[in-house]
Unconditional design. Structure first.
Length: 150
């Protein structure tokens, strides 16, 4: 799994011009699921993300986690993170998980994230045409790949 984390002041996702997920202060996560990903990949990300010390402490140092600041998280599925752009000009998405598998792992990721102690977890709508808005705070953007985590 690949997760792009952005520290945000606020974020929301709309489907058909209606806000379906919204947070104030925390993390926006774009989540891509690859064809060979499993629940273990999701678990690796869950063990890392809420505890990453990427929020500023009283000395303006990135030294506290999303949990420490009572941050909220918005998770949006994004199969395009699995793009292979190594040949030609059109990205290939054949390495992304089939929709049924990807949705199951996405839902598992969200449910486990809710159990981690994060104050609020919101989502987009899997497979929908979504409009995502955010105010990046910092900016701070971190890319995590479950295959690279110990």
């Amino acid at each position: 799994m690949k997760a792009v984390l952005q520290r945000v002041a606020n974020a929301n996702v709309k489907v058909d011009n209606k806000i379906i997920g919204e947070i104030n202060g925390g993390l926006m996560i774009l989540l891509g699921v690859w064809e060979n990903d499993t629940k273990e990949d999701a678990d690796k990300l869950i063990k890392k993300i809420p505890y990453l010390r990427i929020f500023e402490d009283e000395n303006e140092k990135m030294n506290v986690s999303c949990l420490d600041v009572n941050g909220e998280i918005l998770v949006v599925s994004q199969f395009t993170l699995c793009a292979d752009c190594s040949h030609g000009r059109r990205p290939s998405f054949i390495q992304s998980a089939p929709p049924k598998v990807a949705n199951e792992l996405y839902e598992y990721f969200v449910e486990e994230l809710k159990k981690s102690g994060v104050s609020k977890v919101e989502t987009g709508e899997f497979g929908a045409d979504m409009k995502v808005s955010l105010l990046n705070d910092g900016p701070v953007t971190i890319i995590l790949d479950s295959k690279e985590l110990k």
